[in-house]
Structures are given as structure tokens and as C-alpha cells.
Design a protein around this ligand. Structure first.
Ligand code: SF4
Length: 971
């Protein structure tokens, strides 16, 4: 090996702190530099998220920084070149801005919705959403609809918060930890640290998952389950908890709507809704009086909920003085789960009934008999003072394995209800919220509800994404047709709170509900792993109409790397890496809060941008300024913000509100937090403090935040909440019932779904969770395609992000289909054989690997290891494209319209999405496997033409790379 010269060793080593972005966990890191080059990255021991821990991905950031796949110049598709051929010419930024500003200004002055802006796994949605709103287009969303919107919506519509950024398991105090549907998680390092301590302290860890990977590998018990059947398990567990009386009655009565009386008069317009007293309860929320009735056990009469001295019946049926029959919501839940027995669930989930009973018993007994009492006095929303905070130490964690199914919303509602029955919400040892959650149920922000919200040369009237509370909040035309290109907030996907990015290309190509002009994609590989059915999507991206024009006329792609998607761009904008730019993890977006209080953080550049790369944030600020979008310019139209860092410091959500992107070191001198005037030195203050701001709540505000008076008053002062009223847990969902009533042609809203969708809305908008098989299962011949096929995210890679990373690709240079040996033997397939995986949508050839760590009815592979030849500047014959494969080839974004799943326009297909939230059903596909013929090539199929290198990508080796490769002296 070459020697390191003394001269190099004498160079001072510089250490800069910033925030990792090799996954979405956002650990603090220290970047060690010599002569301006990154030499080493380690964890920042002073950072609250990871406390110095770093994972393989984080340490390999150096190889992302110096990846040969880096784009370095703005590129324009060559005149006459076909989309997808990746033939580009470099242009200047000035030309790129000119092209965009001219095109977008024309769209904005005519029909702003012809500009569609969708982003991938970014962490700046508060800015991208603001840009879209200011532009005036409703066609904006980030990746949540194809990721885990069911998790966010199912939980937030039930308990006002959700897992990961918004809440999580309190493993420091839990005794039992149940993880369901999670492999490697977003919350990667903190969860590993917490599980490790939890196990050392004697906690018991149960993992429920079809596959035993990731965290499950160290679980005390693995409970294999068939994909898409978690809802049946959770309902059976609920049945058992109720049947054995192991629910926390006191918690349910006081902090949930279990005791609220539901109107069951079939002739009432409020059938299935709560009965309200029409009195002022003094909670101060003009939109929610909190005047629902209980049936009081003491007086045996109806009273307004939380009347001092009253205690509600949770079971029974009663008659109001006006003769209306009513039942407490909990009684309706009991009625619902009566037949959801463990025996019933066994046939669906594959989990023995005895195991389900044992799990329910273990959860219930642990919650009841191992209670924690913390000597923390607090006051609840109805003014009752409590001497202690109680904990029922059963903690759950769930993620995409529950979410990414077309039945996921009800599954996650069932989970949130089970957690509530056990009395574990925002209590020690259970689930804990993280600021800015909990929020009202549903949160106050609403999408626009009329097509009039879209007007030329005008910002959108309303925020782009919001939380519908009933049909009146849908974003539809007068005849019920969707206003948005992805059909979010329409009768097809009423609670699509994260949009449906996976529908955009198909809808835009088809012109359903209309054609668009320009599609801007940031950080999403829609021509490959971020799309279902990549072959068809690539065809649509390249397809022309009867006039010979592209059906999607103009595509702008911003990315840092030469991904498969860049080949289909008309304009490529080279983005920076996370080491080259400013970023904020904002309270307005996705902060890094802890259970104990709000936290946000920043990234500060540690190296200059490569080549002509520009941070996409700066591009948006510049474009917004050139387009004179009001927020980015002064009254006279002049530039308001120099660049993104300047914008972050000076932007306020409303002039003078003192609320901005960053909560720390506000006020002119930085002495204020959460609220305060802009501080010109805010970035410097974050830099001096490890790039992170932490706010520790008083102990009395740290628990029971659904109904904690002190916390709510503080949260409304700091504008984390608008009002300080209680956030009562919704065991029974009135929001869902309002949609169902509209579908039945009655109820408080005058809006009605188009007739073709009425049955669908009535079926799925059930105020209590129910189990239905995923839509794809209904549509599949299960005799021909009996196996579930899913993907898992490996610990060493975050989605597809680092498949090009020189260090990480040595861990996963290609993928196998993992098959239970019993199943493989039945098919005559040997370990290592080439096989076909076939669904009703397509097929892919890959290699089989035996694994005992998968239930026999499921096959699986690592996510997004397979690459198109030449993409990411891997050699055209790289393992990733010869042996690696993409399961997406057997998954479709559309399904035959069967089983009551109708569409508004009478089409024969429906989106492969949850009918409530629009969540993409990634894990619903059913397949068969069989051995490839001996004469077939031993390489993956389908195959693609190699993608050429884009102009500007660099081949030069860094000095240290030459050193590592043994070809040069490290000078
Ligand atoms: S867990 Fe994620 S954010 Fe943390 S070091 Fe690893 S890659 Fe970076």
C-alpha cells in the first residue's frame, strides 16, 4: 500500500458538526476533513438523537459525497432526443431558470393546476408545500401516499398523534414491547439504542411480522403472520382484551369517547353521530363544543361529558328523554368485535388461536398488574388535579408493514384502539407523543374545498394538504369530480392527507381528470423503484398523443445523482448532498422532537457544492422570486430573501407572529425560544450548539398530553396548537360516520358522492374498524397466485438511496428472493436456483435463497437493490443490474375494479390504494414461483438498454480514493 506522506499528516484535521441524511433518522454527526476533503464521519456524542452512535449508512456518507454518479451541471434534453435515452446537453443555471420561469409563468397566468410538483423522501415539505401554494397549484404532495400515510392518518384520526417523528414507544419504562410490521425503521439508531437497553433491563420483546429481519432478529418471540392480515389479529386481540375484562376502564371513560352516547335513531339525520347538549362547556374551541353526552352511572341519566361527579356507562343501551335510542361508543365497539374471535383470526392470519389468546393475556396483565406511578402532579382538561402520572407499561411500535396495504387504515385504527384500551397513550412505558403532536382530531388545517380555490396568478386559497373532517372539506368540483391530478381529497380518496404520488403519472398520462403541462419531481425515482410497474410507467413518461406531443409535455427532475428518472427529464437540476447545504428539520414540518419536549435541528454545509450543484431549496427561493410569488418578494416585487438561509431566518408564518421554521434562539439576541422575532444570528447559534435545539417541557406537561390542561395552554401560547381544548381519543370515529351518512344520502353535510362511488364510501367509511382483505386479494385468482410477496428495507441502505454507495453495495450488491425451504422443496427449487416470480401483472426472474425466517406463505426480497444497467453510474454489467432485481415489476398501480370498488368515471380499473387514504398497496400482491428453464440466461429479467453517463458526471478519483485503491500516494 502507498505510504501516507508526512506532509499530509501534518495538515490540520478539521471537525465540523452537522446532521446525517443517509436515512431519515437525522442523527448528529461529526465530519472530519483534511484539506477540505471528507476523510471520516462519526456520530456526535453530544446529539440527543444518537448520542454518538453511527450506523453503517451514516459512516458511509463519504462514499455518497464522492460518488461518481453525482450530477454536476444543469442539463437539457437534446433537441430531437427521445425521453429515456438520456441524451442531454449542459446548460447554465441562468438558462435553466429562464426555461422554468418562462414556462411556469405562462401556466400560472392561465391554469396553475397544470403545474404538478411532487417530491420524494425529502425533509423540507414546509417549503415545497409553501412554494406550491404560492404558485397556486393544488397538485402538490410528497411521498407519504406511497409510503405510510395509513400510519399517519389511522393514528392521528384516532389518538391525535402517530409513530416515528410524531410519537413512539417509551422503552425506558416499558415492560413489554410489541413490534408489528416493522423491519429496519426510520427511527433507526435511537430505536436500536432503546431496544438494546430495554432488553438489558429485562424487558420482553415480541415481534409480529411475516419475516424475521432487522429488529425482529433480537426479539424474544417472533410471531409470523400472513401479510395484510394484521387487522384481523388486532381485532381478535381487542376481542380478547374486552372478553377478559383486561381493558383500562378508568382511562377509557375519562380520556376517550368510549362513554359518548351515539344516536341510533334510524330516522335521525345524526344517525351514528354523538348526541350533543348544545351548551357552552368553556373549552374555547368555536369548532368543537365538547358537549357530547354520557349516560351517568350515578344519576342514571344523560349528562354532558365530564360533568363533575359523573361516571359514564361504557356498556348498555339507553333511551333519551326525546325517545331516541342511544348506546355508548364502547358498546358499539363490543358489538363490533364480538365475532372477531381468536379462532376466526387464526384462519386469516395463520397465528394459532391459543397464541392470540396468550398475547392478549400478556398485554392485558402487564398493563394492569405492572403499573407505574410517577410522582408528577398534573391537571386534566376538566380541571381535576392528579397527584401522579400512571403508566401501563406495554409499548407498541408499527410502521409500513401495517400501513402499505389497501386495508391499512382500518388496521391502524384497530391498533390505536387496542393501545387505548390498554391505557397506554402518552403514559410512561407506553406510547408517548412528540411535539408538535398531539393535535386536534382531526387537525385543524383543511384542504381547499372548492375549485374556486385555484385562480390564475393567485396563491391557492387554502393550504395544499390538510385533514378533512367531513364531506364539506373535500376538494371536488360541484359534480363531485376531483380537483387534484392525484384525486386526493376526492370521493375516491377522501382522507388522502399525504396525496397519491403513485397515481400522478398514470392520471396525467391518461388525462384523468385532466392533462397537465409540467411535472416537477424532486428526489423521487419514478422511472424505477418509486413506482409500481416501472415498465408501464417508463412507457407513459415517453408516450405521445395524437399530435405527436408528449402526453406529459415537460418534466423537470431535481436530483443529486444520475438515477433512472433523470433519463426521462427534459430539464435536470443538479442538487447538493446533505454535506453541502443548509437544511432545517422544522417544527412546521418534521422535527426531531423528544418525548420530553420539542426539538429541531439543522444542517450546515461542511464542504462546498460539487461542480455547479445548487441546493434545491435555493432553486425554489430563486424561482419563487423570479415568478414573483407573493411570499418571496416585497410589495414592489423586489427580491425579499437573499437565499435559503436568509429565508429560514426571516420568514414568519404570519407577519409579526414570531413563528418561523426554527424554534431555537429566536428574538433579536437569540434569547427567546419557540416564538420570537427573527434572529439574524440564528444559524450561528445552532452551529455552536451541535446543530440542535431542545426545549424541555416542565415534567407536569410531559405526559397525558391529550388532556393535559397545562400542556395545552403552553402549546396554544407557542402556537403548536390553535386552541387549548382536550384531544379526546376517538375510539369511535364521527369523521368516518359523516362520510358514510353522505354516501347514504343523509347526514349533516349536503355533499353527496357520485352514485358510482356511494357504495364504496358507505362500505369503507365505517366509524369502527373492521377487517376486509386487501383489494388486490379480492381481484386475484388465489389458486393460481397463492403467495404473498413483500419487500423489506435492509439496515445498510435507506430505500434505494445508497445502492450506488461504494461501501454499502459491498453488503447488498444483489438481492435474492427469500423462500421458506418447505415451500421451495414443494416446487423442486434448490437454494441458489434461478426462478420466476409471477403475479397477474407481470413477472421477474431472480435467484432463490432459502430462509427459515419467513412464514411459508410469503416470499420476500430487499427493497430497491436491482438497478437499470448504467443507472447510478454503475457498470452496465454490475451485479445490481444482472443479478439484482426489482419486485416492482410484479406490482401494479391499478387493479381490475371488482368487489364493490367502483370509480367515479366508470373505468374498469381502480388505483391499488386504500379507499380511505389512498395509501399505495405495495404489500398486497399475490404471486407464484417456479424454476427457470435450464436453457434460460442466468440473469434477471426484464432487461433494459444501458443508460449512458450524463454530461458532467465526474470520473476523477479523489486522492484518498486512489490511496484506498492502491494506485496513488495519499498526498
Ligand atoms: S441512523 Fe440514519 S441518520 Fe442516523 S447515522 Fe444512520 S443513516 Fe445517519
Amino acid at each position: 500500500m502507498p505510504e501516507v506522506s508526512a506532509e499530509v499528516l501534518e495538515q490540520p484535521l478539521e471537525v465540523k458538526t452537522t446532521t446525517c441524511y443517509m436515512c431519515a433518522c437525522r442523527c448528529g454527526i461529526r465530519v472530519h476533513l483534511r484539506r477540505g476533503e471528507v476523510r471520516y464521519i462519526d456520530g456526535n456524542p453530544h446529539h440527543p438523537i444518537n448520542k454518538g452512535v453511527i450506523c453503517a449508512k451514516g459512516a458511509a456518507g463519504i462514499m455518497k459525497q464522492y460518488s461518481p454518479a453525482r450530477l454536476t451541471r444543469p442539463l437539457r434534453r437534446k433537441a430531437g432526443a427521445e425521453r429515456g435515452a438520456a441524451e442531454f446537453e449542459p446548460i447554465s443555471w441562468e438558462e435553466a431558470y429562464g426555461i422554468m420561469a418562462e414556462r411556469l409563468a405562462k401556466i400560472r397566468s392561465t391554469d396553475p393546476k397544470k403545474f404538478a410538483f411532487f417530491t420524494g423522501r425529502d425533509q423540507m415539505q414546509a417549503l415545497t408545500g409553501l412554494f406550491a401554494r404560492q404558485f397556486g397549484t393544488p397538485n402538490y404532495a410528497a411521498h407519504g401516499g406511497f409510503c405510510s400515510v395509513n400510519m399517519a392518518a389511522g393514528m392521528i384520526y384516532t389518538i391525535g398523534g402517530s409513530f416515528w417523528e410524531f410519537g413512539g414507544p417509551d422503552l425506558a419504562r416499558a415492560k413489554l414491547f410489541v413490534m408489528i410490521g416493522t423491519a429496519e425503521d426510520h427511527h433507526s439508531n435511537p430505536l436500536k439504542i432503546a431496544i438494546s437497553k430495554f432488553k438489558r433491563d429485562g424487558g420482553r420483546f415480541i415481534s409480529i411480522n411475516p419475516v424475521r429481519t432487522g429488529y425482529s432478529a433480537i426479539a424474544d418471540e417472533w410471531v409470523p403472520i400472513r401479510p395484510g392480515t394484521d387487522g384481523a389479529l388486532l381485532l381478535a386481540l381487542t376481542h380478547e382484551i374486552i372478553h377478559t375484562g383486561l381493558y383500562d376502564r378508568a382511562f377509557l371513560a375519562r380520556y376517550t369517547n368510549a362513554g359518548y352516547l351515539i344516536d341510533l335513531d334510524p330516522n335521525s339525520d345524526r344517525y351514528g353521530l354523538t348526541v350533543q347538549a348544545a351548551v357552552d362547556t368553556g373549552h374555547g374551541n368555536p369548532n368543537h363544543a365538547h358537549d357530547e353526552l354520557w349516560w351517568d352511572r350515578i344519576s342514571n341519566a344523560s349528562v354532558v361529558n365530564h360533568t363533575p361527579g359523573a361516571d359514564p356507562y361504557l356498556a348498555g343501551e339507553f333511551t333519551l328523554p326525546n325517545g331516541a335510542p342511544v348506546k355508548p361508543a364502547f358498546q358499539l365497539l363490543m358489538d363490533r368485535v364480538k365475532d372477531y374471535t381468536p379462532e376466526w383470526a387464526e384462519g386469516i392470519t395463520g397465528i394459532p388461536a391459543a397464541t392470540i389468546r396468550r398475547l392478549a393475556h400478556e398485554m392485558g396483565i402487564t398493563a394492569r398488574d405492572e403499573k407505574i406511578e410517577l410522582p408528577i402532579a398534573w391537571t386534566d382538561s376538566w380541571g381535576v388535579e392528579h397527584e401522579t402520572v400512571t403508566g401501563n407499561p406495554v409499548a407498541f411500535h408499527a410502521m409500513r408493514g401495517l400501513s402499505a396495504h389497501s386495508n391499512g387504515f382500518h388496521t391502524i385504527r384497530a391498533l390505536a384502539i387496542l393501545m387505548s384500551l390498554l391505557g397506554t397513550i402518552d403514559r410512561p412505558g407506553g406510547f408517548r407523543h412528540k411535539a408538535p403532536f398531539p393535535r386536534a382530531i382531526p387537525p385543524i388545517a383543511k384542504p381547499p374545498n372548492s375549485p374556486d380555490a385555484v385562480k390564475p396568478d393567485t396563491p391557492l386559497a387554502g393550504i395544499v394538504m390538510g385533514w378533512p373532517g367531513g364531506p364539506e372539506h373535500l376538494f371536488v368540483e360541484d359534480d363531485g369530480r376531483p380537483v387534484r391530478i392525484d384525486k386526493a381529497f376526492s370521493w375516491e380518496y377522501p382522507l388522502a392527507v399525504h396525496g397519491l404520488m403513485h397515481n400522478v403519472i398514470t392520471n396525467a398520462w391518461r388525462g384523468d381528470p385532466y392533462r397537465i403541462d409540467t411535472l416537477m419531481i424532486f428526489m423521487a425515482n419514478m422511472a424505477w423503484n418509486s413506482t409500481m410497474n416501472p415498465i408501464e410507467t417508463r412507457r407513459m413518461l415517453n408516450d405521445r398523443d395524437e399530435n405527436g406531443e408528449y402526453r406529459i409535455p415537460f418534466i423537470i427532475v431535481s436530483d443529486a445523482f444520475q438515477s433512472e428518472m433523470t433519463a426521462f427529464a427534459d430539464l435536470v437540476l443538479p442538487d447538493t448532498t446533505y454535506l453541502e447545504r443548509h437544511d432545517v428539520m422544522s417544527m412546521l414540518d418534521r422535527p426531531i422532537s423528544e418525548f420530553s419536549g420539542p426539538c429541531d435541528s439543522v444542517r450546515i454545509p461542511v464542504v462546498p457544492p460539487k461542480g455547479e450543484c445548487k441546493p434545491f431549496q435555493d432553486v425554489l427561493i430563486e424561482l419563487g422570486t423570479r415568478l414573483r410569488l407573493p411570499v418571496f418578494v416585497n410589495a414592489d416585487g423586489s427580491r425579499k430573501f437573499r437565499d435559503y438561509p436568509d429565508f429560514i431566518v426571516n420568514f414568519e408564518t404570519e407577519p409579526g407572529s414570531g413563528i418561523g421554521f426554527l424554534a431555537g434562539w429566536r428574538g433579536r439576541d437569540g434569547a427567546k425560544s419557540m416564538r420570537g422575532e427573527p434572529n439574524p444570528n440564528q444559524w450561528e447559534m445552532y452551529a455552536k450548539n451541535n446543530c440542535v435545539f431542545q426545549y424541555e417541557l416542565p415534567r407536569s406537561y410531559q405526559y397525558m398530553r391529550n388532556c393535559n390542561k397545562g400542556y395545552h395552554e403552553w402549546a396554544s401560547r407557542t402556537r403548536l396548537r390553535r386552541y387549548s381544548d382536550p384531544i379526546v381519543i376517538q375510539i369511535y370515529s364521527e369523521v368516518l360516520q359523516k362520510f358514510r351518512l353522505a354516501a347514504q344520502g343523509r347526514g349533516p353535510s349536503k355533499r353527496r358522492p357520485p352514485p358510482a362511488l356511494a357504495k364504496r364510501v358507505e362500505t369503507y367509511f365505517d366509524p369502527l374498524p373492521f377487517y376486509h382483505a386487501p383489494l388486490e386479494v379480492h381481484a386475484t385468482d388465489s389458486t393460481r397466485y397463492p403467495l404473498a410477496a413483500i419487500t423489506q428495507r435492509p439496515m445498510a441502505m435507506y430505500h434505494s438511496w445508497d445502492s450506488q454507495n461504494a461501501w454499502l453495495r459491498q453488503i447488498h450488491t444483489h438481492n435474492y428472493l427469500f423462500v421458506n425451504p418447505r415451500l421451495a422443496a414443494e416446487q423442486g427449487i434448490a437454494d441458489g436456483d434461478w426462478i420466476w416470480v409471477e403475479s397477474m401483472h407481470g413477472k421477474v426472474r431472480c435467484m432463490c435463497r432459502y430462509s427459515e425466517a419467513v412464514e411459508p406463505g410469503t416470499v420476500w426480497t430487499w427493497n430497491a437493490i436491482g438497478k437499470a444497467p448504467g443507472a447510478w453510474r454503475l457498470a452496465p454489467d454490475a451485479n445490481e443490474s444482472r443479478n439484482g432485481f426489482l419486485l416492482n415489476h410484479v406490482i401494479s398501480d391499478e387493479l381490475p375494479a371488482t368487489g364493490g370498488s367502483s370509480t367515479a368515471n366508470g373505468a374498469q380499473t381502480i388505483s391499488n390504494s386504500d379507499p380511505i387514504t389512498g395509501q399505495a398497496g405495495w404489500y398486497d400482491v399475490r404471486v407464484r414461483i417456479y424454476k427457470a428453464g435450464a436453457e434460460e440466461p442466468q440473469e434477471t429479467w426484464p432487461r433494459f438498454e444501458p443508460m449512458p453517463s450524463l454530461p458532467g458526471v465526474s470520473t476523477a478519483r479523489r486522492l484518498w480514493q486512489a490511496f484506498v485503491a492502491g494506485t496513488g500516494e495519499w498526498k
